[in-house]
Design a protein around this ligand. Sequence first.
Ligand code: ADP
Ligand code: MG
Length: 262
Amino acid sequence: MSGLFSRSAAPAADFSHLAQASVTFSEVAKRYGDRPVLKGINLSVTPGEVVAILGPSGSGKSTLIRLINQLETLTSGDILIDGKSTRQLSRQALRQLRSRVGFVFQQFNLYSHLTARQNIALALKHVHGWRPVEADTRAEALLAQVGLADKADHYPEALSGGQQQRVAIARALASSPQIILFDEPTSALDPEMIGEVLLVMKALAHSGITMIVVTHEMQFAREIADRVVFIDGGHILEVAPPEQFFQHPSHPRTQRFLQKVL
Ligand code: ADP
Ligand code: MG
């Protein structure tokens, strides 16, 4: 596994210094109907930190990060960005929040009828009011950063899964976010395409942006994360630097999880 990042299917992405913000969960709870899925979550992610979220399927990982940019609504508690509450935002404040927080989905979620360039430029033009030429220029610069300068006019169906996910990362970066969230970004990929996406994520991690990554890539968590969070049954059971997390997990549930996945 040591060659994970040297197996360089994509040119190493070069991100200039990106902005960063803190994210604080304060007594966050989430129910779907009557069903509690997150219970009393407290977690502070510091500016520029890279946090990996691990846990079994159904433990609430996706819900946890989707709450940050309000793809789901909180039941109780609060999530603060740079110390400011994100409860009861005006429409304009919500738009601003979403431009500060990029999100990368497991299934890419690119618009199939738009080219790579158009996928990235869309929100810049229609949400942020950029002039078309400037939005397209920014889209092309972002494509170059994820190693896809030659794919600007390609539609998603003409791209591999790894390339589509790199376009999705470029799109998430279009509004110059301070925080980027990844929900199992490599889980839908064929094994040979995982490395090229992890390589881009690794470069991003070193750019300074605050990053929260739900992942099953243990090697990535071990090498890249500043801290690992283990969640099960809607509770955070363990938070530790990767060295400690993987070598000396303190919670029996974490130990059992690691025995299964390592
Ligand atoms: P994970 O990402 O760790 O697999 P999720 O956050 O997706 O977990 O889901 C946690 C629990 O909440 C699961 O039991 C799931 O079935 C349930 N759940 C997720 N989304 C919804 C939803 N929109 N409506 C109802 N239940 C949901
Ligand atoms: Mg999930």
